[in-house]
Design a protein around this ligand. Structure first.
Ligand SMILES: [Zn+2]
Length: 161
């Protein structure tokens, strides 16, 4: 079985790795991602929409599963190939560009990513501010999902930075 660089199973056959399409609550957008991490990615996208910026304005520039290499790095499978990464508002936050988010939103953005077990591409050497990916293994992801579901009635002010 192939894996993307975060260690999750990757395949060009989406059914083989449990890729499904999920509506993002509060929006008219859907994202394709791996079932095992969907509560993390979709939960994050919903809070991003509510607290950072809307994702259902303009074109369809919100992406999940896609079987491909990291852009510009042939042979290194992107975490999109395992359905464990999403890009949000890609046209507003192009690869390589920094400072595309309002500065006063960045602390909340980082806190939300942490809450959902995600790494944000915005802090990388080659910045990718649209990009969020799972940085937990399967066991830790399952635990995080359970923990979040137990705290589901709490609001964003409960985010621990
Ligand atoms: Zn991406």
């Amino acid at each position: 079985m192939l894996t993307s660089y975060n260690g999750w199973p990757a395949s060009k056959d989406p059914a083989e790795i449990g890729i499904k399409s999920y509506a993002v609550p509060g929006t008219n957008r859907k994202l394709r991602c791996a079932e095992a991490v969907a509560p993390l990615l979709i939960g994050f996208a919903a809070e991003f929409h509510a607290l950072i910026e809307p994702i259902d304005d303009g074109g369809l520039d919100d992406w999940g599963y896609c079987f491909r290499d990291v852009r510009g790095v042939p042979g290194k499978l992107s975490n999109h190939a395992s359905g464990t990464a999403i890009d949000l508002n890609a046209t507003k936050h192009p690869l390589g560009k920094v400072g595309t988010f309002a500065a006063n939103k960045v602390p909340m953005l980082k806190a939300l990513a942490k809450k959902y077990g995600l790494a944000w591409g915005g802090i990388w050497t080659r910045p990718d501010e649209m990009h969020f990916e799972i940085c937990l293994n399967a066991e830790k992801a399952a635990k995080r999902i359970l923990k979040l579901s137990q705290g589901a009635t709490q609001g964003a002010e409960q985010v621990v930075v």
